[in-house]
Design a protein around this ligand. Structure first.
Ligand code: GLU
Length: 316
């Protein structure tokens, strides 16, 4: 007679194997984010998935141990750190509404006087980086983010891919425009190039699906880091970050993701997605090809299969 834990484990193993099998047969990968040169050179056939469950197990399949550029997924962790520093005062400088626009839209920022719609679009994340800079040199602010990620993932191997950071900076003209505009509106407290330096390097963090799934556990388990039992954020703050992930985590494809996948998630143009199943699991998936919204095409499909097969949803 199997225990409930064994049954869940077997079911999850079978679902992940089926997902890997399905993805391996597909060739319609979607488009690579080649506006950041190193991301345009990634093999589109790469696919990894990892599920970290409440009892401390990690179920993985495919290229789950290969580091990839987490890009905008880093915005979740930077937001967590910024809220820890300034608390709800952050919301005077960044909103909590879905943008309905592309992640690097300039026009909306001008209409809204330099206050970004949410912390997950680029402008909002640059403000968050500005908050992380308070009292710090950019290197120290980045060191703090990296230490946080290593702690969350129980893994000292998380690193910043400097080649990606250099490429981001070289092509980051829209981000430079966003930062300068917010400076003009008084919504940056440090020189734009410093906030941008933190932003570009944070986007260039490389993690594997396994590391990322482990790092996301505090969001799934009431703000607590399960391996140490330490509180990372209060349960209420974890809920709020999850709410923002659900409503704003997939750019202007957030409604589509909520409809089809049904759980909070944050994507990045490197093809990664972190998804949170509150009380149950933290999931990371990676497939570099992107759909029309700039979200991982097979990653989204894989998460849809996973949540459907496991009957996971925040909507009942
Ligand atoms: N570093 C990327 C940019 O600013 C992040 C994009 C993303 O993943 O949304 O263009």
């Amino acid at each position: 007679m199997l225990t409930a834990k064994e049954r869940q484990g077997r079911r999850l193993r079978a679902v992940l194997d089926a997902i890997l099998h399905d993805v391996s047969a597909r060739r319609d990968y979607g488009a690579l984010a080649d506006y950041i040169a190193p991301l345009g050179r990634i093999d589109p056939r790469k696919f990894g998935i990892a599920v970290a469950t409440r009892d401390g197990r990690v179920f993985a399949a495919g290229d789950a141990d290969e580091p990839f550029s987490i890009q905008s997924i880093s915005k979740v962790f930077a937001l967590t750190l910024a809220l820890g520093k300034v608390g709800d005062a952050l919301w005077e400088r960044v909103g909590q509404e879905p943008s309905g626009n592309r992640f690097n839209s300039i026009v909306q920022l001008e209409y809204e006087s330099g206050v970004p719609r949410n912390p997950f679009i680029n402008a909002g994340a640059i403000v968050v980086c500005d908050v992380l800079l308070a009292g710090h040199e950019p290197k120290e602010a980045l060191g703090e983010t990296l230490r946080f990620l290593r702690f969350l993932a129980d893994d000292g191997g998380v690193f910043i891919d400097s080649g990606v950071a250099v490429a981001e900076k070289a092509g980051g003209f829209r981000n430079v425009a966003l930062a300068n505009f917010m400076m003009a509106c008084g919504n940056l407290l440090h020189p734009p190039e410093l906030a941008l330096g933190v932003y570009f390097h944070q986007c260039a963090v490389a993690m594997s699906c396994r590391q990322l799934a482990l790092a996301g556990r505090y969001l799934a388990f009431g703000g607590v880091h399960p391996s140490t039992g330490r509180s990372v954020v209060s349960p209420q703050r974890a809920r709020r970050v999850n709410a923002l992930m659900l409503t704003c985590g997939h750019y202007d494809g957030s409604g589509d993701f909520a409809f089809h996948v049904g759980v909070p998630g944050k994507s990045g143009v490197g093809g990664g997605i972190l998804a949170v199943i509150p009380g149950v699991a933290s999931v990371a998936v990676w497939s570099p090809g992107l759909n029309e919204y700039g979200n991982s095409k097979f990653g989204t499909a894989a998460l849809q299969s996973l949540t459907t097969e496991m009957n996971w949803s925040v909507f009942g």
